[in-house]
Design a protein around this ligand. Structure first.
Ligand code: 3BY
Ligand code: FES
Ligand code: FE
Length: 423
């Protein structure tokens, strides 16, 4: 396989991963070195994280001109800002004078972007507006902030650090947009955001997310509403979960009927393996009252998103390779972005979005809104930490996936294909 890559400048770097991938047993977890080796990690940064479309946030996080967020990944800091003409743009967070970071990590709002070092000043569209004592011979038009590729799909913002990003997100966008727009992220606001650093490799974080094999025992709060048979086909449902699954089928039929009446798409669209922007989107029912991620399934926000009138829309779940999962409900949206920090540390950023006119303390309570996923994230962080410790142990031998883990297998196959990809 490596012979085909001769002449490809990335070939030498990717062999350290291909040596492991070429010798692994299909349908089994990855060799330990792929979760621990610093060289493997650096190769992934080059071949995946600097080349693919990454979920960075939502338009609700930059609602007004001058509002910005930062997204730090792969040694780059991306500054996403809404310009004075309301367009959301992305730039490298690097001053064009001598390279200082322009803004500190986090969110904020500016009139102009002023570098703290020598006061070079950029408009929100990235153009250089002012540079004290800069020689008139120097062309200011060439000294605007360097842009980063950005796409907005139904209010979700994706960026790519690639010089020539792949076109796959543009192809996927038409399949995705109609699922997202009923939730009107352009009319939503951030109710809460939590950064959690998990002590494990980024692939363990994604793999953990891509199965619910661990949900039944591992997520007591989540499984009040998230059916633990997620990802199983009919014949794989174990007897002890049969009653749960029968409720799922009943709720699913009801949800499909209501979605069809409202003209809201719900059918599964899934292409998680072959394409650079691997994704899966589907609207599925929630257990209990069927409205939200609460203990009894009742809504957590009085004011529904956008113009939605029906609170029982289950969850529209959108998984994307390599770094996001998102749940869109009638009353709120919760987004998760993943960024690798080191071979054994990964940032998971969770953001809860509600209608922009929902009033905290009246329409929702932040503690209650965030309780289930804060607990679930902590539980998942423990699974990831324990797995990182185990796969780093010389005794670790990759073990077999079962059918409930087929999305983990899809993720690993996507990873294999993208490492081999020459674009
Ligand atoms: O949040 C999610 O979408 C995934 C799916 C199954 C397990 N995990 C909760
Ligand atoms: Fe930004 Fe000098 S490095 S103004
Ligand atoms: Fe989990």
């Amino acid at each position: 396989m490596t012979d085909q890559l001769v002449g490809d400048p990335a070939a030498g770097r990717r062999t350290n991963i291909l040596d492991h991938l070429d010798h692994r047993t299909p349908g089994h977890s990855l060799p330990g070195a792929l979760y621990t080796d610093p060289e493997v990690f650096e190769t992934e940064i080059d071949l995946l994280w600097r080349r693919r479309w990454l979920f960075v946030g939502t338009v609700a996080e930059v609602p007004e001109p001058g509002d910005y967020l930062t997204f730090d990944v792969a040694g780059s800091s991306v500054l996403v800002i809404r310009d004075d003409d309301e367009q959301v743009r992305a730039f490298h967070n690097v001053c064009r004078h001598r390279g200082s970071r322009l803004v500190a990590p986090g969110n904020g709002s500016v009139g102009n972007l002023v570098c703290g070092y020598h006061s070079w000043t950029y408009a929100t569209d990235g153009s250089l507006r002012y540079a004290p004592q800069l020689s008139p011979d120097i062309d200011r038009a060439c000294l605007g902030l360097r842009p980063v590729a950005l796409r907005e799909v139904g209010g979700l913002i994706y960026c790519s650090l690639a010089a020539t990003p792949d076109g796959d997100l543009d192809l996927a966008a038409d399949q995705i947009r109609d699922y997202l727009t009923p939730h009107r992220l352009d009319r939503a606001k951030v109710a809460a955001q939590v950064d959690l650093v998990e002590e494990g490799n980024w692939k363990l974080v994604l793999e953990n997310n891509r199965e619910c094999y661990h949900c039944e025992g591992g997520h007591p709060e989540l499984t009040c509403t998230f059916f633990p048979t997620w990802g199983l086909s009919e014949d794989q449902v174990p007897d002890r979960l049969r009653a749960d699954h029968d409720r799922y089928l009943f709720a699913e039929a009801d949800l499909m009927r209501r979605c069809d009446e409202l003209g809201i798409p719900h059918r599964l669209v899934e292409d998680l393996v072959e394409r650079p922007f691997g994704f899966r989107i589907q609207r599925e029912p929630l257990d209990g009252v069927g409205e939200s991620f609460s203990i009894d399934g009742s809504r957590l926000v009085g004011r529904l998103l956008g113009d939605l009138a029906d609170p029982q829309l289950g969850r529209c779940t959108f998984h994307t390779q390599p770094n996001a999962w998102i749940h869109l409900l009638a009353d709120h949206v919760v987004t998760f972005s993943v960024t690798p920090l080191s071979p054994d540390r990964t940032l998971v950023r969770t953001t809860w979005l509600v209608h922009e006119e929902a009033v905290e303390g009246v329409d929702y309570d932040v503690e209650a809104l965030t309780a289930v996923w804060r607990a679930t994230n902590e539980q998942d962080a423990t699974f990831v930490r324990n797995t990182q410790l185990g796969v780093a142990d010389p005794a670790y031998v990759p073990g077999p996936y079962n059918e409930a883990e087929r999305h983990v297998d899809y993720f690993v196959r996507w990873y294999d294909a993208q490492i081999r990809s020459e674009v």
